[in-house]
Design a binder for this molecule. Structure first.
Ligand code: ADP
Ligand code: MG
Length: 498
């Protein structure tokens, strides 16, 4: 070989080595990045872990807090609010009634026609509109004028057949925020939740505000009851099945109510009702316990929310927040490695990833996870390899699994408090036979998260069975109540008239 040829060969070897070196370097770098994101995922999984032993601690904490909230005003983060609902609809109601429901995301309006027998429940013209976002931090006048206007349009569309001329229409106002009631048809707003911020309304009578707005529009309607959405769901549950003892909503927010014996409501000594019981609105969104598995993402979400240090349980289990927890995990991964490419500015926007999209990604059964790719693209994250899409599905799974399982622990906590979890509960004064005999127990459940996100529902039901055990689970029925809050509120108004 001549000198030139030797030099050429040497250059070629050096070049090949450096190309290989660059490739090895890149591979090592990409492996390191992958290890970073896997580490972040692993940490998330570890902190969010909810073995049944931990869930049982949450169950106990829930039952204890319920007791404390019933014992004294301000005795617990659970407000355990009186609803003045002591009799639930039983199926004999007759007539036409209306419900207007202000939820966290939607306004619903409907009419029910009742024929005096359970089977004659006719739900008519269910209308659902998203709440225009500017209303959430407007004024009480703007908000209630909008509600009255929506009601007016509903009435205008209704033919003559459903209303008897000259008879006032009886309306239930289903309101999904905490209210301190003074009667079934009046109560003042305690605080806003779920991103609403109309501070001048706190302390105002909600039913009066609506009645005023309806009157101003000249609508011949009477706000006959102010009903928490959970109480509406309980009413519909009970109407169909008198074994229904509690109702839970998993929608934009989350809350629960249940039937309590009046003598257990210690903070209201001498409370008398004909049925001997009263529905208690727990406002469980504000539940807190050191046993709840809290991540750094939860802490940041809370700190940056409009209601920091408030509604800790709701922020872990409800539709408004699950998407944002997932977003925060993806954002951190994107910032600490470049597996998502350059960090997208969209990904930094709070609440840009909705829980609806989380369920679509989680339940994506296309072979290449095209739905995941589409949603990530909407977030400004393009060119995501399959391996990374799978990682995103896993994040959705961890966050939703924790939510479903904690939701189940909450329900089991209520069952424990009323002695329906098979353990005898922690109640005082309950007779032995009541403790030992497991009765059929129905829990009515509604809300967009529960109704539409299958994996959430399955995780919740699986965990409830795990907590209660096979034997007791046979007696506990979870019943879905579509639009239960609104329909049930109208039924409640009907039961007040009969
Ligand atoms: P509101 O809270 O206004 O009473 P809903 O009970 O219908 O209304 O709940 C709406 C919320 O439920 C949405 O904001 C969303 O968080 C959640 N949700 C609705 N559909 C889905 C879905 N397909 N997957 C996951 N979450 C959903
Ligand atoms: Mg709702």
């Amino acid at each position: 070989m001549g000198k030139v040829a030797v030099a050429f060969a040497a250059v070629a070897v050096v070049a090949a080595c450096s190309v290989a070196g660059v490739m090895v370097g890149r591979r090592m770098k990409s492996r390191r990045k992958w290890r970073t994101v896997v580490g972040i995922l692993k940490e998330l999984e570890d902190v969010c872990d909810t073995p049944v032993s931990r869930l049982r601690q949450v169950v106990d904490a829930m039952a204890v807090e319920m007791h404390a909230g019933l014992a004294s005003e301000g005795g617990s983060k659970l407000k355990m609010l009186l609803t003045f609902v002591d009799d639930l609809p039983n199926g004999t109601e007759k007539g036409t009634y209306y419900a207007l429901h202000l939820g966290g995301t939607y306004i619903r309006i409907l009419r029910v026609h009742l024929g005096g027998q359970r089977s004659y429940l006719d739900v008519q013209d269910v209308e659902r509109h998203p709440i225009p976002s500017h209303l959430m931090n407007s004024t009480s006048e703007i908000l209630f004028n909008f509600l009255a206007f929506s009601m007016e349009r509903f009435i205008e569309k209704e033919g003559n057949e459903s209303s008897s001329q000259g008879v006032k229409r009886e309306l239930a106002f289903t309101f999904s925020f905490p209210v301190k009631h003074t009667s079934i048809s009046s109560g003042v707003l305690i605080k806003w939740t779920k991103g609403f911020e109309i501070s001048e309304m706190v302390g105002k009578d909600i039913a009066e505000c609506l009645q005023g707005a309806l009157d101003r529009r000249g609508l011949d309607m009477h706000v006959a009851a102010l009903v928490n959405d959970t109480v509406g769901a309980l009413s519909l549950g009970y109407y169909h099945d008198p074994d229904t003892v509690a109702a839970v909503v998993f929608g934009t927010g989350s809350n629960a109510c249940y039937l309590e014996r009046t003598d257990a409501i210690i903070k209201c000594q001498g409370l008398l009702t004909t049925s001997g019981s009263m529905v208690v609105n727990m406002e469980w969104g504000n539940f807190w316990s050191s046993h709840l598995p809290r991540t750094s993402y939860d802490i940041d979400l809370d700190a940056e929310s409009s209601n920091a240090n408030d509604m800790g349980f709701e922020k872990m289990i409800s539709g408004m927040y699950l998407g944002d927890i997932v977003r925060r995990v993806i954002l951190r991964m994107s910032q600490e490695s470049d597996i998502f490419g350059p960090t997208s500015s969209t990904l930094s926007e709070p609440y840009v990833l909705r829980t609806n999209s989380v369920s679509v990604m989680h339940e994506d059964d296309t072979p290449e996870l095209q739905e995941v790719a589409r949603i990530l693209k909407d977030l400004g994250v393009t060119e995501v390899p399959l391996k990374v899409r799978k990682l995103v599905v896993k994040i959705c799974d961890v966050v939703t699994r924790r939510a479903g399982r904690l939701a189940a622990a909450g329900i089991a906590g209520i069952l424990k408090k009323i002695g329906r979890d098979g353990s005898g509960g922690i109640t005082s004064g309950r007779s032995r036979s009541e403790i030992t005999m497991q009765k059929r127990t129905v829990v009515a459940v509604e809300g967009g998260l529960y109704m539409n996100y299958t994996m959430f529902r399955e995780y919740m039901e699986e965990a409830l069975n795990e907590i209660l055990g096979e034997e007791v689970s046979q007696y506990v029925v979870v019943k879905a109540m579509e639009d239960g809050s609104s329909i049930g509120s109208a039924l409640l108004v009907a039961s007040l008239q009969s």
